[in-house]
Ligand binder design. Structure first.
Ligand code: ADP
Ligand code: ASP
Ligand code: MG
Length: 460
């Protein structure tokens, strides 16, 4: 059994769906379970429609209708499906009208609204796959056991989901069915639709794979795997053949938008390998993600950046060094549901970084009672994923480049997972630094006949 997940770009229209059908055909004997995202940019467009309904009261879903209806017409899919999709569009329209009339958009409503993307996509794909004689059947994830908490927009699956998902999907496979399951969505105990965070279909796929102990998860995207940098920024970025779960998780967490940050967790538990493949270029080997270490690993795997980060400096001559001080400090953030990315401490101060969207007013008020607090916005985290055993070399070269470029590094951290080195700079400097770091570590060092040994020494 394998799990194959196709992202939005792999599903953006009739031609892409035909291509997906061919990719699956080659692997039918491996008993695939499909997990699909919404078609094309539907999720973004649904979110835009929701905002428009809220702010202007005027909504157009023409683009979304056009994409789905044209694909159905081009693939000559029958009246039963057309009726089903029209009903979903009618519900979607009613929901948007409700938002525009009440001028209210809760997290619960937003999750319900974006769920239409995945719900339509699986129905259309399954109907098409049946026309090419696959025994495909569409499913909403909650009907196969995806039960979550009620954290709308960022829901966590409940423990009991695992057993339910394993049993439902195994039964389907035993019946010879090709399940086509919505990624990204679940339901809470009260029956409300929830979402697992943007890019959450990756997570749905790895959860299913781990739950039913699949031999592999394939995530099909529009790039030849995980690349050494964001290809939209660095045109010479190239695919990485292998990364460890930890490296993939750090990459995703620190800004590489290629995978959902939590998608590795289920696979780490079971050891299921994840393959990142390109549906536009299936012949490319892609990236294999599995447990490390890799004896041929290079000094550096990839470079990534995360912008729009806030840096908070907390100083207290009185309290630092006191037992329980850090616990108290972090609990202020926890109470306000703010998660912290990076931390550095000295004798008298603690610096930490957070996502800029968070409202810090309450935390600052609390902290200011016993510490000095300075908040600096407009920062970026640049992360180098590589061999932290050789961090001195990496840091020397990276800092040398920063000096040359006149960039001041404002905080540094070596991830405890021992795969990343991250540093904080100003937001506006991130793109050029990533480009230069990439040029230096991936182009220049190689051209210079590898003035440094490129292979990582593996500990026995
Ligand atoms: P999908 O939704 O189809 O699963 P995503 O759009 O979520 O795929 O992720 C793929 C995109 O991630 C690529 O098109 C690329 O632009 C972007 N990306 C950013 N950083 C990287 C990286 N280091 N390697 C590969 N892709 C990256
Ligand atoms: N459709 C959702 C999104 O765009 C989930 C996903 O594609 O993984 O975020
Ligand atoms: Mg994605």
């Amino acid at each position: 059994m394998i799990v194959m997940k196709f992202g939005g770009t792999s599903l953006a229209g009739a031609e892409r769906l035909v291509n997906v059908g061919e990719i699956i055909r080659g692997q039918l004997a491996r008993k695939p379970i499909l997990v699909l995202s919404a078609m094309g940019d539907t999720t973004d467009q649904l979110l835009e429609a929701a905002d428009a309904a809220l702010k202007k009261g005027f909504v157009s879903i023409e683009k979304i209708e056009d994409l789905h209806l044209t694909a159905m017409a081009d693939l000559k899919l029958g009246p039963a499906l057309q009726k089903e999709i029209k009903t979903l569009f009618w519900e979607l329209g009613s929901l948007l009208t409700g938002i525009s009339l009440t001028r209210e958009l809760t997290g619960k409503t937003r999750d319900c609204l974006v769920s239409f993307g995945e719900r339509m996509s699986v129905r259309i794909a399954a109907a098409y796959l049946r026309t090419i004689n696959f025994k495909a059947q569409a499913f909403d994830a909650w009907d196969l056991g995806f039960l979550s908490d009620s954290s709308f927009g960022q829901a966590e699956l409940r423990g009991e989901s695992w057993v339910r998902i394993a049993s439902s999907t195994r039964t389907l496979i035993a019946e010879g069915i090709l399940p086509v399951i919505t990624g990204f969505i679940a339901k809470d105990e009260n029956g409300n639709i929830t979402t697992l965070g943007r890019g959450g279909s990756d997570l749905s796929a790895t959860v299913i794979a781990a739950a039913c102990k699949a031999e592999e998860v394939q995530v099909w995207k529009d790039v030849d795997g995980i690349l050494t940098a964001d290809p939209r920024l660095v045109k010479d970025a190239r695919p990485v053949d292998k990364v460890t779960y930890d490296e993939a998780a750090e990459l995703a967490y620190f800004g590489a938008q290629v995978l959902h940050p939590r998608a590795m967790q289920p696979c780490i538990k079971i050891g299921t390998p994840v393959l990142v493949k390109n549906s536009y270029n299936p012949a490319a080997p892609g990236t294999r993600i599995e447990a490390g270490p890799d004896k041929n690993a290079p000094l550096i795997r990839a470079i990534t950046s995360k912008k729009n980060v806030t840096l908070v400096d907390i100083s207290s001559t009185r309290m630092l060094g006191q037992p329980g001080f850090l616990a108290r400090l972090f609990s202020e953030f926890a109470k306000n549901s703010i998660s912290i990315d990076m931390v550095a401490t000295s004798e008298v101060s603690v610096s930490l970084t957070l996502d800029a969207e968070k409202d810090l007013a309450a935390v600052i008020r609390e902290l200011s009672e016993y510490a000095g607090v300075e908040v600096k916005t407009g920062k970026a985290i640049v992360t180098i994923i590589g061999d932290v055993q050789r961090s001195s070399e990496i840091l020397k070269d990276a800092f040398g480049l920063c000096t040359k470029m006149g960039i001041r590094v404002q905080m540094v951290s070596h991830g405890a997972s021992k795969v990343n080195i991250s540093f904080i700079i100003n937001d506006g400097e991130a793109d050029s630094l990533v480009t230069e770091l990439h040029r230096f570590f991936f182009m220049e060092m190689e051209m210079e006949g590898k003035k440094k040994p490129a292979k990582r020494a593996v500990k026995k």
